[in-house]
Design a protein around this ligand. Structure first.
Ligand code: ZN
Length: 160
């Protein structure tokens, strides 16, 4: 579990469909950073639905994401909320060049591979990290395929 103390803004993202259930999706961020949080972490509901479908078992809930300053890791998949370091927050200019999706996907994957299903002891922690890294690639593949479908013009998508 995690306990975070500070002054935060809360961003309520769209509800996530997890099997037959709907779950709220929330981001806790530094005060005044709501737009950056939505820009940087706004793909989370889509990822949760994608992974739920791909794994064949829906997430039990969309856990909150909390962005904090001076965090020792990039992210941590606590079982009550995912903690993310402040560098995940992208301004408009940075978001043109980079994305926070890999980190978000990695931490979401750990809610399965690490929190829900885990290895017997830490000597096999590579399994948790291996699955989480694999899921970054699954998400990236799905994201790029979606972008290509969205940007394909009728002329390029039509077979002749
Ligand atoms: Zn990891």
């Amino acid at each position: 579990m995690t306990l975070v103390v500070g002054h935060f803004d809360v961003v309520e993202d769209r509800p996530v469909t997890l099997g037959e259930r709907q779950s709220p999706s929330t981001i806790w961020c530094q005060s005044g950073k709501r737009k950056s949080a939505a820009r940087s972490l706004g793909q989370t509901p889509r990822m949760l639905e994608f992974f739920s479908e791909r794994f064949g078992v829906p997430f039990r809930a969309a856990l909150p994401q909390v962005v904090v300053s001076d965090f020792i890791f990039g992210g941590m998949e606590n079982t009550t909320a995912t903690t993310l370091y402040e560098h995940v927050m992208l301004d408009e200019r940075a978001a043109l060049d980079i994305s926070s999706c890999d980190l978000v996907a990695h931490e979401l994957a750990h809610q399965w591979f690490g929190d829900y299903v885990t290895c017997r002891d830490w000597s096999h922690a590579w399994l948790n990290e291996g699955f989480a890294t694999f899921c970054e690639h699954l998400e990236r593949e799905q994201s790029w395929a979606r972008r290509i479908r969205l940007t394909a013009s009728p002329a390029t998508s039509r077979r002749t």
